[in-house]
Design a protein around this ligand. Structure first.
Ligand SMILES: [Fe+2]
Length: 152
């Protein structure tokens, strides 16, 4: 004879477990994909050819230090600095671009090499997860780095 109370309890445990499994799978794969995105951007096949990164500088290994942007977040401000010379329009950093975790441009700064240094500040209030930052040199192309936004 079937114990109806036990059957209901088992069904409840099964449904609860099923939804917990879906939730865990969702959370696990989302974090996994987020890491994959970061790794793909910094080390994938486009890095070292379409653009350059610290770990994939392609044929521009000798200029990594002066082209890879240095990033720092202080509360709601992202500071970007490229330790690059500004030799007038002969050789300079053209601009910094900041994109959110869905690759929407949220901020950019164009530099005048006759009077500016390649330092920019960007308001990142309301953004989460990570930011993609591009620093573009007129001779050595586009350099990309990523910074994670820590939750308060
Ligand atoms: Fe350069």
């Amino acid at each position: 004879m079937i114990n109806m109370q036990k059957l209901k309890k088992n069904r409840y445990i099964f449904i609860k477990g099923f939804f917990l499994l879906i939730l865990l799978k969702y959370l696990y794969f989302n974090s996994l994909y987020a890491e994959e995105d970061t790794n793909y951007i910094l080390n994938g096949p486009l890095a070292g050819s379409f653009y350059f990164t610290k770990t994939k500088p392609g044929n521009k290994e000798s200029v990594v230090q002066s082209h890879s942007p240095l990033l720092e977040i202080n509360e709601n401000t992202l500071s970007v600095f490229t330790p690059h010379e500004m030799k007038g329009y002969d050789h300079y950093i053209i601009k910094h671009i900041v994109l959110d975790n869905r690759f929407n441009i949220i901020s950019e700064k164009v530099f005048d090499p006759s009077k500016e240094t390649p330092i920019s500040k960007h308001n990142i209030m309301g953004y989460e997860d990570k930011l993609y930052v591009l620093s573009i040199c007129n001779n050595h192309n586009t350099w990309v780095d990523i910074i994670k936004i820590k939750k308060p």
